[in-house]
Ligand binder design. Structure first.
Ligand code: FAD
Length: 493
């Protein structure tokens, strides 16, 4: 029998590395010896500032105080993403984190809404979603029983610092240094140690590769392989820059589709994060940089930075005694802010499957099966935004509109178009979001469930009217986002 895993070495100190250190030290610190090595000289990717609601639960599990976190990271609240010009030029919608309307035992709310719309008595689909209405009204408050679903925007470098303090407080050790070599055990090819520039060797029982796109352990040393998804997600570059704020922060991210690209705007307390994500085969770096600079609201705080990436995933997220977390495990588009969620998922999945003694292939296979499923479903959801568009104005959008998509996505689109149904597979991440984005992108189902016709017109009008007025009442109770944020921060300890 081997001894239990004791020494965990985390390579890299970006968002992934420090989230891993925070969770391991806080949740299993008594059993583990957690060391993180990072290089200030190399730095981090410096983007990744919008999240989804699962981060709120991760923080709660770790006992992270929300006010302290928002104060330390210049954070703001986020209720969704506003997609501008994605369906077509001048057509916008907001994908909000909440549920729209009320489902019944047979079908989703969209079926009732479709009939009401045909009758001319329904508002916009989003009128029946509290988070969507709150976002558009630029309002936010905490509601009892998690009554308002939300996430955060934050400054990525401040978040890493915040988690570093947290992790060190819970017993993690940080080592400054550049990894120059990954040393493997000759007998089984597992990682034995990380050799630093200084000559020091950091030995471990288990290694977490958080070295970003360099993927020093999982790829350079273990040659795990990469599956490219760039034929479905053709963007491969981003130019990013921070600007001074010129208006109060809104509680949503903006995603503005351009000719061969899309632009993000992430409002923080002290500044705005901006970037243009584009496909280098359709737009040059210079033109992308110019386009971004022409569409900024405030003064630039630094020079724009170019980032290259390849959409896809590592063939195994867990290989031998190494787990890839963060950009080393693969990268989807930043479009739906899902990377930080995937970081958190890999960490939590690892903790749930934590080897009691030797690493068993059964748990490694199960880990990789779950991680693959999750990433594929998120991939499909992101491709949906490109595929279901009415845009034909540029070569880029014509390619996206007519490209073949994975069978799993094609089935979901056909099902919605023909029947109005959306089915959740396993515990895939997005649920109500599918309806919101498909309708937002202009995909209207051909028919609704026949059960809806068993309601009289008056009953249907009352049903959707009640939902709308309950949303109206809740929105009226919320405060202006900036005012509420200031109040929360004033109480920050
Ligand atoms: P990095 O930040 O690159 O960190 C790598 C670490 O490894 C650094 O500390 C570095 O110093 C260290 N390192 C590397 N080599 C060595 C070495 N030889 N020796 C020692 N240390 C080393 N995600 C979201 O959830 N929301 C978003 O809105 C979002 N937007 C994005 C926009 C773009 C354009 C891109 C590219 C990504 C975006 N992401 C987003 C993804 C997000 O940025 C990452 O998932 C997140 O920042 C984690 O990165 P990381 O820690 O894996 O890598």
């Amino acid at each position: 029998m081997q001894k239990p895993l004791k020494k965990i070495v985390i390579a890299g100190g970006g968002t992934a590395g420090w989230m891993a250190a925070a969770a391991l030290s806080r949740l299993m610190g008594k059993e583990l010896d957690v060391t993180l090595v990072e290089s200030e000289q190399i730095g981090t990717v410096g983007v990744g500032e919008a999240t989804i609601p699962t981060l709120v639960f991760f923080h709660r599990l770790l006992g992270i105080d929300e006010k302290a976190f928002l104060s330390a990271t210049q954070g703001t609240y986020k209720l969704g993403i506003r997609f501008e010009n994605w369906r077509d030029l001048g057509k916008d919608y907001l994908h909000a984190f909440g549920v729209t309307g009320k489902d019944c035992w047979a079908c989703g709310f969209q079926h009732f809404w479709m009939r009401a719309r045909d009758m001319g008595i329904a508002g916009d689909f989003g009128d029946y979603c509290l988070e969507r209405r709150a976002a558009e009204s630029e309002k936010f408050s905490h509601l009892p029983n998690n009554g308002l679903n939300y996430a955060y925007h934050f400054d990525a470098s401040l978040y890493a610092k915040f988690l570093r303090n947290f992790s060190e407080h819970h017993g993690a050790t940080r080592v400054e240094g550049k990894i120059s070599q990954v040393l493997l055990r000759p007998d089984d090819g597992h990682v034995r140690a990380l050799k630093l520039d200084s000559g020091r060797e950091l030995e471990g029982d288990f290694f977490i590769d958080c070295t970003g796109m360099r993927a020093l352990l999982i790829e350079k040393a273990l040659h795990t392989g990469y599956e490219s998804w760039s034929h479905w997600l053709p963007c491969d570059s981003a130019v990013a820059v921070q600007t001074a704020s010129v208006a109060p922060p809104v509680p949503y991210t903006r995603s503005i589709a351009r000719e061969s690209a899309w632009q993000w705007r992430i409002p923080l307390q002290h500044r705005v994060g901006n970037g243009l994500v584009y496909a280098s085969s359709y737009q040059s770096d210079d033109s992308a940089s110019e386009q971004l600079q022409e569409n900024l609201a405030g003064n630039m705080l630094a020079d724009p930075r170019l980032i290259r990436f390849q959409t896809g995933r590592r063939r195994k997220q867990w290989n031998k005694n190494c787990l890839a977390v963060g950009l080393s495990s693969g990268f989807l588009e930043p479009l739906e802010s899902t990377s930080i969620h995937l970081i958190q998922q890999n960490i939590m999945r690892f903790l749930r499957l934590f080897p009691a003694r030797e690493i068993s292939p059964v748990e490694v296979d199960e880990f990789n099966r779950q991680a693959d499923f999750e990433m594929e479903r998120i991939r499909d959801f992101i491709i949906l935004h490109y595929k279901v568009t009415e845009r034909e104005d540029t070569e880029f959008w014509r390619y996206c509109r007519h490209m073949p998509v994975p069978d799993t996505l094609a089935t979901k689109i056909d099902m919605f178009r023909e029947t109005g149904h959306v089915y959740r597979e396993g515990n895939e991440l997005f649920v109500d979001s599918w309806q919101q984005v498909m309708l937002g992108q202009g995909l209207m189902p051909k028919r609704y469930h026949p059960l809806v016709d068993s309601m009289s017109e008056k009953e249907l009008e009352e049903f959707i009217g009640q939902i709308k007025s309950s949303v109206d009442t809740s929105v009226a109770r919320l405060k202006n986002h900036e005012v509420y944020l200031r109040e929360i921060l004033a109480g920050a300890g």
